[in-house]
Ligand binder design. Structure first.
Ligand code: PMP
Length: 365
């Protein structure tokens, strides 16, 4: 082996992004495949956002503002927090990695419910943490069990709301109980990558909680509802001391100037963004109803995706969907996650699932 990589890194599995439509087309000799595997938005950028990106092209010879002062200030105003209580990173994934780099040492524990976002275990391995995984209950984060698993060695506990891949939520009351239960030595990372899509009235804005619970950090992203996944920009809200520690591990200039401009423009166009989100939610409701009336069991989806808890059928059904041009995300032995896209793609998915089940001799479960 060339050089001497850290054993933890040499052993690290690669992050598995959603398969592209092109890869599925090549594999199966088909055309017109649609990717519903990465929970991306189906929209082109809003005109004002596209304009902000174009205007920024003139300045790509210059480094961006490392401190993202203007974007942070806009976010603080938008969220009703102080500017010291918010920071930005290269996607919320970048921020999640920074949080572990800033807080977790080898041998410390990182707790989560499972299955959840696949990057958590990778980032835990990166910092050589011990992972404590608590099973979901009814496809949902089991906060009492997660609280019981937190020990004095636990530096970070992830709460994913809505959860990826199951799409379920826990109520704000339950989160408050969790925060009251876990010791303040444990950072509670509330990952709200999909919060804009939540319609459950039991989930309310969590950012006011940061003033009561200094160990709470909320992460959100411009990748999903704002439709800026390619630009890599996310944000974290929390107590200023924690925010400053997270900032220390930001790669210099990691949030590029086009991303900063686009994010600011998207915040300025928040009402237009909300209309788009409402369209996705309408589609989510329609897809869920169609799947349930066909006999499938679907936990209540609160992100921009639906979850089919198919257990050991997941891999076969995922492959059968792919042969029909629907590239979903199959978690072998667990289930299939399918992004809610535009009506045409969603209809194709519902029809392909029906066809795949018939072909495989599976009855909806
Ligand atoms: N958290 C969750 C739960 C996610 O599903 C994702 C993206 N799949 C992320 C964080 C990271 O998204 P990004 O880095 O694009 O903000």
């Amino acid at each position: 082996m060339t050089g001497r990589p850290r054993p933890a890194i040499a052993a690290l599995p690669a992050y598995r992004p959603g398969r592209s439509a092109a890869a599925a087309e090549a594999d199966h000799g088909i055309v017109g495949a649609v990717k519903l595997a990465s929970n991306e938005a189906p929209f082109v950028p809003l005109p004002s956002v596209a304009g902000a990106i174009s205007a920024g092209i003139e300045q790509v010879n210059l480094y961006p503002d490392h401190g993202a002062v203007e974007l942070r200030s806009d976010l603080a105003a938008h969220l009703g927090v102080d500017v010291e209580q918010v920071t930005v990173g290269a996607g919320s994934a970048g921020l999640l990695q920074q949080i572990l780099l800033s807080y977790v040492e080898p041998g410390d524990e990182v707790a989560m419910c499972w299955p959840s976002f696949e990057a958590y275990p990778l980032f835990a391995l990166l910092v050589e943490a011990e992972q404590v995984r608590v099973p979901l209950r009814d496809e949902t984060f089991d906060l009492p069990a997660l609280a019981a698993a937190v020990t004095e060695r636990t530096k970070v506990a992830f709460v994913t709301n809505p959860n990826n891949p199951t799409g379920t939520v826990v109520g704000t009351d339950e989160i408050v109980t969790f925060l009251e239960t876990v010791p303040s030595t444990c950072l509670v990372v509330l990952d709200e990558a999909y919060s804009e899509f939540v319609t459950d009235p039991g989930v309310v804005d969590s950012t006011p909680l940061i003033s009561t619970y200094p160990n709470l950090v909320v992460t959100r992203t411009f990748s999903k509802a704002h439709g800026l996944a390619a630009l890599r920009v996310g944000y974290t809200v929390g107590n200023p001391e924690v925010i400053a520690m997270i900032d220390r591990t930001l790669v210099p200039f990691a949030v590029n100037s086009l991303a900063q401009r686009a994010a600011r423009a998207s915040l300025a166009a928040i009402d237009e963004m909300r209309v788009r989100v409402a369209d996705v939610v309408t589609e989510r409701t329609r897809v869920t109803a169609a799947l349930r009336s066909a006999g499938w069991t679907i936990p209540e989806p609160q992100g921009n995706f639906v979850w089919l808890p198919l257990g050991d059928l997941a891999a076969d059904v995922g492959a059968a969907l792919e042969r029909r041009g629907i590239v979903a995300r199959a978690f072998p032995e667990v289930g299939i996650r399918v992004t809610t896209s535009d009506a045409a793609a969603n209809d194709r998915f519902v029809a392909a699932l029906d066809d795949a089940a018939n072909d495989l001799g599976i009855r909806p479960t």
